[in-house]
Structure formats: structure tokens, C-alpha cells
Write a protein that binds this ligand. Structure first.
Ligand SMILES: Cc1cc2nc3c(=O)[nH]c(=O)nc-3n(C[C@H](O)[C@H](O)[C@H](O)COP(=O)(O)OP(=O)(O)OC[C@H]3O[C@@H](n4cnc5c(N)ncnc54)[C@H](O)[C@@H]3O)c2cc1C
Length: 262
């Protein structure tokens, strides 16, 4: 038996960098360093563990929709151990919203061929947490999201979803889409051997025409949500410093009471 796993990974601006909006109110990704969204490292990790625990012939493809630099996110996932990568890149994708992203991902996943799609629980920039569900809907397959544990057995994906009050044991027949949380287990660091091997692993580049998609279906033009205005977050103030000369406790209590924290 063979198992084709596609892991969707997003290239996001480095949260420690100075992130700001461009003139068209999209996030300015030009002069900001980017990286593989940390929450997608867990998705890559779970795909590798499924492969290591399986007797089947498992192939792991990592897929991203993003600008040229998004190749760095794919390289990182390949150096962790994924087999090959697909990069969907097109100038007309600029400003694509979550609905548009799910359309491009669905077309790419279908073209690549898959049995299981694994996504992160959310990206670390848009943080909407909706793309896996949108993707499953477009593919017409079951979705099992926010799993803290996942396994594949005899054509079925199984997993545990932890809620505040209870945990659910869930399963679905393949093909299916799952998303995993940051509680699903530490993501491995690429080894030097893995980093070197990644340089030789194939990265396919597709644009909208390769996916039979038109510019007006994606990008700012095809977006269902538009950003009307954006204001810079006010600079952080130094805050109130309490120097304890015996009255520190009282001053702190007064500070908290004033702000109705207590
Ligand atoms: C600050 C900010 C605010 C935004 N607000 C909105 C909004 O209100 N409405 C809207 O529709 N769009 C919005 N977007 C755009 C949206 O982020 C992108 O369309 C994005 O591709 C999908 O949304 P997400 O990042 O929130 O994904 P999520 O739903 O949080 O992502 C879940 C998982 O889907 C996969 N995934 C997501 N994007 C990609 C990708 N490009 N390539 C491969 N896999 C991917 C990853 O595995 C990820 O872990 C916003 C973007 C930013 C940066």
C-alpha cells in the first residue's frame, strides 16, 4: 500500500521583525524576513511520524502558496525530512484572502494527488484557523481538525482532540484533511544531513495557469474580505514603575483596583 501525504505550510513574516502594512493595506512582505510558520512545523512533524510508524510506502509532499521567498519555508520542511515540495507562485496571488487561498490549495492538492492532507491549526500571521476546513469542503472530503494526536491505519485516519472539558477520539476514511495543534509533540530540528539532502530534493513551481485558475478568482480582486483602513499600533509606554519603600504592596493594590483588575 502507498500513502500520499500533502502538508500545507505557510511562509509568514518573522514576528520579531518590524511588520507593517503596504500602501494597498496588505501586509508588507517585501522588506521583512520570513520563515516557515511555526505551527506548520507540527504538521510536518506529524507527517514524518506517520511515515516512520507505517509499513506502507509513504510519500510526503510539502505545499505552499506564496511569494518567491516562500521557497525558504519549503526548504525548512524538506530539511526536516519531507520528500518533495510544490510552490504555487503568481503575481496575481498578491492579497489573496483565506477563501482564495483554499481554492488555490485545493486545485494544487488535487493536481499533486493525495490520500491525506495535514495542515497546521492556524498560521502565525493571519491566525484565522479556517483554511483546513475550507480546503476539506472544496475537496469534498472529511475534515478532522485540531488534533493533538494522529495516526493512520488501514485507510483510516484517527486522532484525539483535546477540549477544555473532554477529549474526543475521532476518525475518518481517507482521503481526508486533518489539522494538528502545537500540543501534538515537539517538532524535530533539521539535522546537518537533512539540510544538505534538502538541497537536492525536487521543488515544483506552479502558477495559476498550471491550476486552471484565473487572476480574478484570487488576489485582492477575488477577495471576499477587504481591509478598509489600518492604523499603526500605538508605541508601548514604559508603564508604571513601583519602587517599594515599604508601601509597594499598597501601591500595587491601588494600581490594580484603579484598573478594576481586583
Ligand atoms: C494580519 C492579517 C489579517 C488577515 N485577515 C484576513 C481576513 O480577515 N479574512 C481573510 O479572508 N483573509 C485574511 N488574511 C489573509 C489570509 O491570512 C491569507 O489568505 C492566508 O493565506 C489564509 O489565512 P490564514 O493565514 O489565517 O490561515 P489559517 O486558516 O490560520 O491557516 C491554517 C493552516 O492552513 C495552511 N495555510 C494557510 N495559508 C497557507 C498558504 N498560503 N500556503 C500553504 N498553506 C497555507 C497552513 O497549514 C496553516 O497552518 C489576513 C492576513 C493577515 C496577515
Amino acid at each position: 500500500m502507498s500513502l500520499r501525504i500533502v502538508v500545507t505550510v505557510k511562509y509568514v513574516p518573522d514576528a520579531t521583525g518590524d511588520r507593517h502594512f503596504a500602501d494597498d493595506l496588505t501586509v508588507d512582505r517585501d522588506d521583512v524576513d520570513g520563515l516557515l510558520s511555526e505551527l506548520d512545523e507540527y504538521a510536518v512533524e506529524q507527517a514524518l511520524q506517520i511515515s516512520e510508524n507505517s509499513d506502507d510506502d509513504v510519500e510526503i509532499t510539502v505545499l505552499t502558496v506564496g511569494p518567491e521567498d516562500a521557497k525558504d519555508a519549503l526548504r525548512k520542511a524538506l530539511s526536516m525530512g519531507a520528500d518533495k515540495a510544490i510552490h504555487v507562485e503568481d503575481d496575481d496571488l498578491h492579497g489573496t484572502d483565506a477563501i482564495g487561498t483554499s481554492l488555490v490549495l485545493a486545485k494544487a492538492v488535487e493536481k499533486a494527488g493525495y490520500d491525506l492532507v495535514i495542515s497546521g491549526m492556524a498560521s502565525t500571521d493571519g491566525v484565522m484557523g479556517v483554511v483546513p476546513a475550507l480546503l476539506a469542503e472544496r475537496l469534498g472530503v472529511p475534515q478532522v481538525t485540531l488534533l493533538s494526536e494522529v495516526s493512520v491505519e488501514d485507510g483510516t485516519v484517527k486522532g484525539r482532540r483535546d477540549g477544555d472539558a473532554a477529549s474526543e477520539q475521532l476518525e475518518a476514511s481517507l482521503p481526508a484533511v486533518v489539522s494538528v495543534t502545537d500540543q501534538s509533540g515537539e517538532a524535530r530540528y533539521p539535522s546537518f544531513k537533512g539540510i544538505m539532502a534538502a538541497k537536492k530534493k525536487p521543488v515544483q513551481s506552479w502558477d495559476l495557469s498550471d491550476l486552471d485558475l484565473e487572476a480574478e478568482e484570487v488576489g485582492l480582486e477575488g477577495a471576499y474580505t477587504t481591509v478598509d483602513s489600518a492604523t499603526e499600533r500605538p508605541a508601548r509606554t514604559a508603564g508604571t514603575i513601583v519602587k517599594d519603600e515599604g508601601e509597594g504592596g499598597k501601591q500595587l493594590a491601588a494600581f490594580l483596583a484603579e484598573r478594576k483588575f481586583v
